[in-house]
Design a protein around this ligand. Structure first.
Ligand code: HEC
Ligand code: HEC
Ligand code: HEC
Length: 114
């Protein structure tokens, strides 16, 4: 009986470690650079947004969880140029500002490097 218990406990541990591993992976990188065309790239704090917003939908209802996908969708014309910038990023930052909450950048050079 004892051995069965130990085996079960061992299996449970392996399973939970695997689950933790998968969860950590699917969160994506903490920060990365986004392509901003002629205005230069944007340093994007991904983890800060995940923690501040508490869910993924504000962005990932618009584009999937994949690095480089915004650029890819613009090439395929499933997203217009500056669409994510205006309708997702800046729209939310402005809404938070209007509500008197802590908000993100609204001016060009606060996001873009050029
Ligand atoms: C404020 C916007 C925003 C929110 C909210 C957000 N993400 Fe992302 N996420 C992005 C952007 C931008 C990219 C990169 C897209 C690109 O490179 O074109 C990305 C990419 C990713 C990737 C691929 C990155 C990598 O390192 O492989 C994963 C995985 C991901 N997100 C998971 C999540 C999860 C899980 C949540 C919710 C807990 C979440 N994201 C919330 C904006 C966001
Ligand atoms: C909150 C951050 C942010 C601010 C503020 C911002 N941008 Fe952007 N910009 C982005 C992101 C993210 C992209 C890439 C996604 C897209 O094209 O929608 C982008 C893309 C661009 C592009 C490239 C579009 C293309 O595909 O050719 C240009 C040009 C640009 N922005 C100019 C500006 C100008 C001018 C301003 C100020 C009026 C500005 N941006 C303000 C985040 C921002
Ligand atoms: C649904 C709301 C929402 C969306 C969508 C969103 N942001 Fe933000 N962003 C915030 C808030 C809120 C803050 C302020 C968080 C803080 O400082 O605690 C912020 C802060 C930032 C900052 C400043 C971080 C710092 O260190 O001061 C940058 C840069 C930024 N956002 C870029 C972007 C870009 C680029 C996108 C689009 C891909 C985006 N955000 C989409 C809500 C949003």
């Amino acid at each position: 009986m004892k051995i069965v218990k130990i085996v079960i406990m061992g299996l449970a541990m392996v399973v939970s470690i695997a689950v933790i591993g998968v969860t950590a992976n699917t969160m994506g990188a903490d920060k990365f650079a986004l392509d901003g065309g002629g205005k230069g790239e944007i340093d994007f704090p991904h983890k800060l947004h995940q923690e501040t917003l508490g869910d993924c939908k504000a962005c990932h209802d618009v584009f999937p969880k994949e690095l480089g996908v915004i650029k890819k969708m613009k090439t395929q014309k499933t997203l217009k140029r500056k669409q994510v910038m205006n309708d997702t990023c800046i729209a939310c930052h402005k809404a938070y500002k209007a509500e008197g909450k802590k908000f993100g950048p609204i001016r060009c050079n606060e996001c873009h490097k050029r």
